[in-house]
Write a protein that binds this ligand. Structure first.
Ligand code: NAD
Length: 245
């Protein structure tokens, strides 16, 4: 039996990168997954490939009305909601002196407000299901402040903080909330960065390489499953040792 057999999950940003790896892995572990993204073609194609255990909805994590619709679709299609993975995110890298206010607000809107709206929208359904697990994808940028990450780090520190607040507020309803802090992971987001930035980041990893998205999915499956029933409010670093030295 799969490690997520019988569970119903919502995964945001599931059309590519880490989100796609999570969708594939959750289905392989027996979950039903309603996943969202702005990339409709990629999302529809992935859902068609995976069959009835996966459905796709085009939805913007920064839009509260989209969130209401996504939770309603999930309960209508699969009968309940057990797991929310707030994965969708963007990065815009500039020094503080070069960062526009518009770009700063855009990163906060998606990476920070999106996670807030997701937890708020999912809470009644998770309560209704008798409990569940929320996994919020932060970053090592939610733990340390590297140059050129002012907006991204602000959003990812916020995700880490909101996770702890939510763990306190939702614990009585048997809802666990944890944050995940990956180092460099080989996804379209990472590939969109300058080669010099990618080389610099990877050179700081003791294991000497980037993570594959599937290695992060292993951790997210653990946090979504019954294997982590006493984990809540915690930070799970998955960085090849990057922050160790
Ligand atoms: P990615 O760009 O490959 O995938 C992110 C997905 O989110 C895309 O499909 C994108 O269309 C979607 N998305 C963006 N804005 C959205 C919105 N407003 N509403 C819905 N979907 C939206 O990135 P990834 O590397 O797979 O990143 C996934 C998560 O992991 C992000 O939160 C990112 O910050 C975090 N992260 C990535 C790395 C890395 O090195 N790749 C490291 C640490 C943390």
């Amino acid at each position: 039996m799969g490690r997520l057999a019988g569970k119903v999950a919502v995964i945001t940003g599931g059309a590519r990168g880490m989100g796609e790896a999570n969708v594939r892995r959750f289905v392989a572990e027996g979950a039903s997954v309603h996943f969202t993204d702005l990339l409709a073609d990629e999302g529809e194609t992935l859902a068609a490939e995976l069959g009835p255990a996966a459905t796709f909805s085009r939805a913007d994590v920064a839009d509260a009305s989209d969130w209401g619709r996504v939770v309603e679709e999930t309960e209508r299609t699969y009968g309940k909601l057990d797991v929310l993975v707030n994965n969708a995110g963007i990065v815009i890298r500039h020094l503080i002196e070069d960062m526009s206010e518009a770009d700063y607000r855009k990163v906060i809107e998606i990476n920070q407000i999106g996670v807030f709206l997701g937890m708020k929208a999912a809470l009644p359904a998770l309560r209704q299901a008798g409990g569940g697990s929320i996994v919020n994808i932060s970053s090592i940028a939610g733990l340390v402040g590297r140059p050129q990450t002012v907006a991204y780090a602000a959003s990812k520190f916020a995700v880490r903080g909101m996770t702890k607040v939510a763990a306190n507020e939702f614990g009585a309803a048997n809802i666990r909330v944890n944050s995940v802090h990956p180092g460099p992971v080989l996804t379209p987001m990472f590939q969109s960065m300058d080669q010099s930035v990618r080389n610099a980041l990877t050179s700081q990893v003791p294991l000497g390489r980037m993570a594959c998205p599937e290695e992060v999915s292993d951790l997210i499956v653990f946090l979504a499953s019954e294997e982590s029933t006493y984990c809540s409010g915690a930070e799970f670093v998955i960085d090849g040792g990057m922050l160790a030295g």
